[in-house]
Design a protein. Structure first.
Length: 264
């Protein structure tokens, strides 16, 4: 059930991205509302991850505009934000390949998500420099997030030794440390079994509701996408096909032909 209040938090307007002679994203426009869960779907090579890389400013040389309603309630052009400062504006992200520090504990991996909040530096914290108020505050916050994610029991274990599904949860936990306004999930259900996928679905709803965040995700598991998303944006060869409710997207002839398969 959608929790959107109707306000646009993220908007892409005519975004294009070229790699040499290849147009990976082609005049793409869509928006995400506050409190929405939005899916971005398309065949392999459709440009989905490129779209995410433009939103997070990993790619800067796109044309068009990408705007965000930031923490202060101001609409800002993300092109003006350095890639390392995007998290400060309220955008957090996970990746297709889980990006953890395997030789750090689960707790310290989650604390890395608060690196932008450390005045003394996250490295000093990890190396156990003298305790400070900010360290205690952020550690308490990380413990709260781990409790929310049902990961408290493994907080002191090495992240690299955890099963794949748990490592995905750790990565999502890390995004919550930055108090994001919008979380970008890149194939969150990939590699999960059926019970883990069901748990992830419930978890994403809880994150949206309890952390007051919007979520945009790429996922190839169409059952997962159609179950969880308020709206789905379908693209093909970087071009916009349609954006609507899951039920209407499933029935859309262009989407069926490009991605979901068209019945003869």
């Amino acid at each position: 059930m959608s929790k959107s209040n109707g306000r646009t938090i993220l908007a892409l307007d005519g975004v294009s991205m070229n790699f040499g002679g290849l147009k990976a994203v082609d005049s793409l426009s869509f928006e995400v509302k506050e409190g929405e869960i939005v899916g971005l779907i398309g065949p392999n090579g459709a440009g989905k991850t490129t779209v995410f890389n433009c939103i997070t400013q990993f790619y800067k040389n796109y044309t068009g505009s990408i705007t965000l309603l930031d923490r202060n309630g101001d609409t800002i052009d993300l092109r003006d934000v350095h890639v390392t400062k995007v998290i400060d504006k309220g955008i957090a992200r996970t990746f297709q390949n889980v990006e953890l520090v395997p030789d750090l504990s689960v707790l310290d991996n989650v604390l890395v998500g608060a690196h932008n909040q450390f005045k003394t530096g996250v490295i000093k914290h990890i190396l156990r420099f003298p305790a400070m108020k900010e360290e205690k505050r952020l550690r308490d916050k990380a413990l709260h997030v781990l409790g929310f994610m049902n990961l408290t029991a493994i907080k002191d274990l090495y992240a690299g030794g955890q099963p794949y599904g748990i490592r995905k949860k750790i990565e999502i936990a890390r995004t919550l440390m930055s108090e994001p306004k919008i979380i970008i999930l890149d194939e969150p259900a990939a590699g999960l079994n059926d019970s883990e996928t069901d748990e992830l679905e419930s978890l994403i709803y809880r994150i949206r509701d309890e952390f007051n965040t919007s979520i945009i995700l790429i996922e190839h598991d169409m059952g997962f996408v159609m179950n969880i998303c308020d709206r789905v944006c379908a693209i093909n060869f970087g071009k916009f096909l349609a954006m609507d409710t899951p039920k209407k997207i499933q029935a859309h002839p262009d989407v069926q032909e490009a991605y979901l398969g068209k019945d003869d």
